[in-house]
Design a protein around this ligand. Structure first.
Ligand code: ATP
Ligand code: MG
Length: 624
């Protein structure tokens, strides 16, 4: 995002050589498809000015009313001070200098300096307060967005790529910040300054002023035309750069797969194509900048030349001559009248970008959760832990059902193993018991209460889930375990690990409990991560526990240790194990066999083996 604003017009290197490889191993289509995948296409970079949006944004400044009043005062002051300073120079030339009055000149210069100091002081507070207000607004907006996200249902996160959510919080919020901090106040100062200069110029020499007025729209239009094309080029530049960073991030996180499948060459080619693509955009932007910026400057200079000719004519006018001081004064004022035009052009552009950002940010704040707890949701005093699924039907996407009429019951304290082929719906059942989703038909009953009528926070306080892809936060092992119960002490954590009989295993890791865990648990083995997740679940002390076993195979020793920890964790709770390993099944009170979103068979493990059905077949294959 940054490059759009700071893009230097000059580009090093030899841009002529950049196109060759793009057509090589990885073609242009790949880049196009990357662009589509990242959703660049359907997101507009700019949106028209909308007063509803601006009003809503300004609503966020409500808490900073005094700052805002101060800001508007400094903005108005600046708009007056700048033209008055320019006017003052002419007044000194026309007055004391023309008369050769040294004493008055000294006083005038002192007054001028004092006024200049006052102007800069105003400027200081104008900037300081604008930065403070902008920062506060964006802080509130980001927090509001984050809070809002936490309240949304799983379905929303399934549909939104995480990269898109991140760019809402970073790029879009950043554009809005620029809008609030810069665009609004700088534009206001510019308008005030132009207005002040116009009034003073009209008083000074109205004929020259008419000339200025006639030329202003031409300069404005030329500016707009050049700036538009430039900003388009800068936008494409920053988009292609985002593609580079996204691809780079993906390659680094998938480096093992890349190396093990010898995809280095293909990936390197893809990357080179992207970099060359980026260089091309850089070059275009540089070329446009190199042409337009001098042209724009020339424009201003030609206009000044015109003013010198016409103004000079006025000075030489025999009947009603203009004083040299007045002409200089006029020149200053004209300069101050025109300089904001470029700035306003930029501001207008940034305002449109901020509008697009604000549109997307507010779209998030306006996203309603697909469902919420009813206002009279209940939080029973106690929970025994009987869980019943009654004819449950569910689909993630409309028209593509994943579960059909699933029914089974876990009595309080029982351990139920759910088995079945991959994709048969085991994790989905777990998500429904945990009320991450609501069933489409049928009902999930907990102690006889339909989960729809239960308070989600209450249910989540009594339910622990160790998901299939267990998640660790960046931080120490200790912090990762106590995250579910911030009051838990070090002793509690050690005790939990000891209960699971894995304290020694964890303490054997260098630095033990204080070992830093990287993003998503990097630096730890799969088994270690699992034990930490178990300890976390134990600290939470839930009545109902769901363990979604990781599919990856682990060595027999780790498996034995995990099994033991699991059994200790499940003791005395209603637990569901989404089992991939037969060793887990041995201790289950009940087994539910799933296939294609249906319950194929269920009963006690021994009974099922005797019956010789689907489970017996599974068992037979695994054992024999
Ligand atoms: P595994 O043994 O591999 O963990 P599973 O039995 O847990 O499989 P589920 O994750 O419940 O299977 O998936 C059941 C079906 O639902 C699959 O066909 C899957 O493609 C689909 N599915 C799962 N999650 C989603 C989702 N977030 N959006 C859309 N479809 C999904
Ligand atoms: Mg699963």
């Amino acid at each position: 995002m940054k490059s759009r604003r700071t893009s230097p017009p000059d580009v090093p290197g030899k841009p002529g050589a950049t196109h060759s490889v793009v057509a090589g191993v990885v073609g242009r289509e790949v880049i196009e498809s990357l662009r589509r995948e990242r959703g660049d296409e359907d997101e507009r970079a700019q949106a028209p000015l909308s007063f509803a949006l601006i009003r809503r944004l300004l609503g966020f400044t409500g808490a900073y009313r005094r700052r805002m009043i101060g800001l508007f005062v400094t903005v108005a002051l600046r708009g007056i001070q700048i033209p008055v300073l320019a006017w003052g120079v002419g007044a000194v030339i026309n007055g004391p200098i023309a008369r050769g009055d040294l004493r008055q000149l000294a006083w005038s210069v002192a007054a001028f300096t004092a006024f200049a100091l006052f102007t800069e002081l105003t400027f200081r507070y104008r900037i300081k307060w604008a930065l403070e207000v902008g920062e506060a607004v964006i802080h509130d907006l980001r927090s509001a967005m984050f809070r809002h996200w936490l309240g949304l249902t799983m379905g929303y996160f399934n549909r939104q790529p995480v990269g898109r959510l991140i760019s809402r919080l970073t790029g879009d919020a950043e554009n809005v910040r620029v809008g609030v901090q810069n665009v609004l106040f700088v534009s206001l100062v510019c308008f005030c300054q132009m207005f002040g200069c116009a009034v003073l110029m009209a008083i000074e020499d109205w004929r020259l002023f008419l000339l200025v007025l006639g030329i202003a729209p031409i300069i404005w239009a030329l500016n707009l035309f050049f700036r538009r094309r430039l900003s388009h080029a800068y936008r494409r530049q920053s988009d292609s750069f985002s593609r580079i960073t996204a691809t780079m991030a993906e390659s680094v996180s998938g480096i093992r797969v890349t190396q093990s499948f010898s995809r280095e060459r293909v990936n390197a080619d893809l990357f080179r194509a992207l970099v060359e693509d980026h260089a091309r955009y850089n070059y275009t932007a540089a070329r446009l900048g190199g042409t337009f910026l001098p042209l724009l400057e020339l424009n201003g200079q030609l206009f000044m030349a015109l003013l010198v000719v016409v103004g000079g004519g006025h000075v030489l006018d025999a009947e009603n001559p203009m004083s040299l001081g007045s002409m200089i004064q006029f020149f200053f004022l004209a300069g101050l009248f025109f300089s904001p035009i470029t700035i306003l052009g930029n501001m207008f552009n940034e305002a449109l970008t901020a509008m697009a950002g604000a549109e997307r940010v507010f779209a998030i704040l306006d996203t309603e959760p697909e469902w919420t707890d009813p206002p009279d949701a209940i939080s029973p005093d106690r929970l025994d832990g009987r869980v019943e699924l009654r004819e449950v039907g569910f689909s993630y996407q409309p028209g593509r059902p994943v579960l059909h009429g699933v029914s089974f019951t876990a009595e309080a304290g029982q351990c139920v193993a759910i088995v079945g082929a991959t994709g048969s719906g085991k994790s989905t059942v777990a998500g429904l018991i945990a009320k991450f989703y609501l069933p489409e038909s049928g009902a999930v009953l907990i102690d006889g209460h339909d989960t729809r009528t239960l308070s989600s926070p209450w249910l989540h306080a009594h339910l622990g889930i160790v998901p299939q892809q267990n998640h660790l936060f960046a931080g120490s092992i200790y912090e990762n375990i106590r995250v579910v119960k911030p009051g838990a002490s070090r002793e509690d954590v050690r005790e939990a690990l000891a209960t699971l009989d894995c304290l020694e295993t964890i303490e054997a890791i260098p630095e033990g409990l204080d070992a830093e865990v990287g993003e998503r648990g990097s630096g730890l083995s799969l088994g270690q991560r699992q034990l930490i997740c178990f300890a976390r679940a134990l600290i939470a002390d839930p009545r109902i526990l769901i363990l979604d076993e990781a599919t990856s195979a682990i060595d027999p020793l780790t498996e034995a240790r995990t099994q033991k920890a699991m059994r200790l964790l499940m003791a005395g709770r209603t637990s569901f194990v989404l089992a991939h390993r037969l060793s887990t099944l041995r201790h289950a009170d009940r087994v539910v066999v799933m296939g294609d979103g249906k319950v194929v068979e269920q009963g006690e493990p021994g009974e099922l083996i005797e019956r010789g059905g689907a489970f017996a077949e599974l068992w037979g294959k695994a054992v024999g």
